[in-house]
Structure formats: C-alpha cells, structure tokens
Design a protein around this ligand. Structure first.
Ligand code: ZN
Length: 337
C-alpha cells in the first residue's frame, strides 16, 4: 500500500517537475516571419548609420563618430529569480554585451521605460561608456541608486530635443503596452513612479514603469523611431515622419483586434516608415546567445494561448507592401542609411 502511494507521489513529483520545466524553461516560436530576417552589413560604408540589436529593445546606433544606446539591457534573470527572488545587474553580462556590440564609448543611453528589462543595466552601461543616462525621473532614480553622478543623468519630458554629434534625439511620451490581464496590468503599470534612488538587488516589480518614451533619432542621412513597448497615445506621433520604425510587438497578440489596429494606425501609419523592424518579440528569459526564442511557455499559457501577433503582422505585411518588414540579426551591424 505505502509502496504504491510512494510510487504515485513520486510519479506526481516527476510530472510536476516536468511541467514546471516545460513552463519556465521552454519557449514558443517567435512571432515573426523567418522570411523577414536580414543579414548584417560586414563592412558598413564610412559615415553610414548602423544599428545593432541584442534582443528585446536593446539597440546600438552609430555613425562611426557618435554612439547612442537604447536600453543597454544584457542581464537576463531567470524566470524563477523573477518570481521568487530579487534581481540586480550582472556585471559580467554587461561587459560581454558591450563587447559583442563593439561599444567602448557612447554619448547617450536611454531606456524606453523603467521596467527591469529596459532600464536595469542602463546606469552601469553609462558608467562604463561615459554616456549620459537619459529618461524619466524613475530612470534617473535607478541611476542614482547605482551611484551614477548627477551630471551624468538627464531627466527629459515630451518634446525635449538633445544633440549628440550629428544626431538629434527627440523625446515623445508614449504609453506602455496595456496588458490584457487586469491583475498583471495593475501590478506592472498601476503605481508607475520610482521616487527614491533604487538600490538593487530588489524584486523585479520594484523597477516600475516610469514615463514610457518613444525615441526619435534624426541624422543628416536618415531618421528613425524606437517604439519599444506596444502602446500609444492617440495623436502622439502625428507630426513624426521617419525612414525606419523599430516597432515593439511584445504582447500585442494577447490584446483585442481593436487595440492592435489602433496601435498600428497611431504608430506605423502616423510615422510612415519605409522599413518596419519588429522588436521586443524575443523571450526575456531566453539565452542572450544563439537563436532568438519566442515568449516563455508559461507566459503564453497565462495569455490563454491567444497570441495573434504573427497572424496580425503577416496580414499587415501582405496588405501594406509600402512597408518593408525586416528583423535584425543579433549584434551584427546593419547599415540603415
Ligand atoms: Zn515594460
């Protein structure tokens, strides 16, 4: 009798461990069409503006003289650390991330908002590269908590313009992606501000959203906009016209069709890019090396399997031939203009 019960319990434990592994350590397919993948430009022409992508919305732009960094996020805490523990920047991962992007100095690092998967490493990236840390007060407090000197921090607002070398950076306040699940939405977005210097290690949710930003970058050779999170303010980008749009698609397929259409209209149709580059579609918990993964199976399970992102994007790509869809390789420079 006891032996049978022990066997049953043992079997259940193995099944539970298997399920946990399946949910927390395996991934769904990425919500992008493999046909959109483009290759790096091995020898970018001198003076051209290049983009390098690490994954999520971590991007490095350079014209050979001046380097600008979006997010600079290289630490990848595990799903378990996120759920039950505290997280902090991984110095080794940051060092390797900068090296793989061939960054030794930079003029600016700007997280698109203050959640950990954007802003957590930005102060250390600023410290190592000499860059100015730019963002909302929440981002500034992440910098202060890391001991970054005040003169290396710049708090910005909607409409602010900053100049670095030949680049002009224009700040647009935007919205974060609105999570479909009300409980999660409240937890991630409900109380948005970080009002004191944030000293890690801290629980992941202590990296509150702050004020989300869309970052417009203009250069004599061309212009681009980074919309890292799939949110929008109606009319917010009405006067913005760019050549390349970095289009955050994370979570999009779990929202309503109406939300997706509004996001498309307010972002893509508003800015009329020639090239549309989906970002933030890869797993936050995926390895920073190797092929990109789609979201963690637990996340897609929580979203009740209703991720319609790929279907939505493929439909738009088929209908709107005026936009060239492209996904970037990891780390390799791609000549934009
Ligand atoms: Zn976020």
């Amino acid at each position: 009798m006891w032996r049978i019960l022990g066997g049953v319990l043992g079997g259940l434990a193995v099944a539970a461990a298997g399920t946990l592994y399946y949910l927390l350590f395996t991934f769904v397919e990425p919500a992008v069409d493999p046909a959109w993948a483009i290759e790096g430009t091995p020898d970018p022409r001198p003076g051209s503006v290049t983009a390098r992508w690490t994954g999520t919305s971590t991007l490095v732009f350079s014209d050979g003289e001046t380097t600008l960094i979006i997010d600079g996020w290289f630490t990848r805490p595990s799903a378990l650390a996120m759920l039950y523990g505290e997280i902090e920047p991984d110095l080794e991962a940051i060092e390797q991330g900068l090296a793989r992007n061939e960054v030794t100095s930079a003029a600016m690092v700007i997280p698109v908002h203050s959640h950990y998967d954007h802003a957590m490493d930005s102060p250390e990236v600023a410290r190592r590269t000499g860059a100015l840390l730019v963002g909302s007060e929440a981002t500034a407090n992440i910098g202060r908590g890391w001991g970054l000197p005040e003169e290396q921090i710049r708090v910005v607002r909607d409409g602010d313009r900053l100049h670095f070398g030949a680049f002009e950076v224009v700040i647009h306040e935007t919205k974060h992606f609105q999570f479909a699940d009300p409980t999660f939405r409240e937890q991630a977005l409900g109380d948005p501000y970080i009002t004191e210097p944030l000293v890690p290690p801290v629980p992941a949710f202590d990296y509150k959203v702050g004020v989300p930003l869309a970052v417009e970058i203009r250069h004599p050779r061309g212009s681009l906009l980074v919309q890292g999170s799939a949110g929008f303010i109606p009319g917010g980008l009405a006067d913005v016209d760019v050549d390349v749009l970095f289009f955050g698609t994370g979570g999009l397929g779990t929202q309503t069709a109406e939300y997706r259409e509004s996001y498309w209209r307010e972002t893509v149709e508003a800015t009329k890019p020639e090239r549309l580059i989906p970002v933030h579609w890869d797993a936050l918990f995926g390895p920073i090396e190797g092929p990109f993964r789609g979201s963690l199976r637990a996340a897609s399970f929580l979203a009740a399997g209703s991720d319609l992102t790929l279907e939505f994007l493929q439909e738009k790509a088929a209908k709107h031939r005026e936009y060239e869809f492209a996904t970037l390789p990891r780390y390799a420079p791609v000549e934009l203009f």
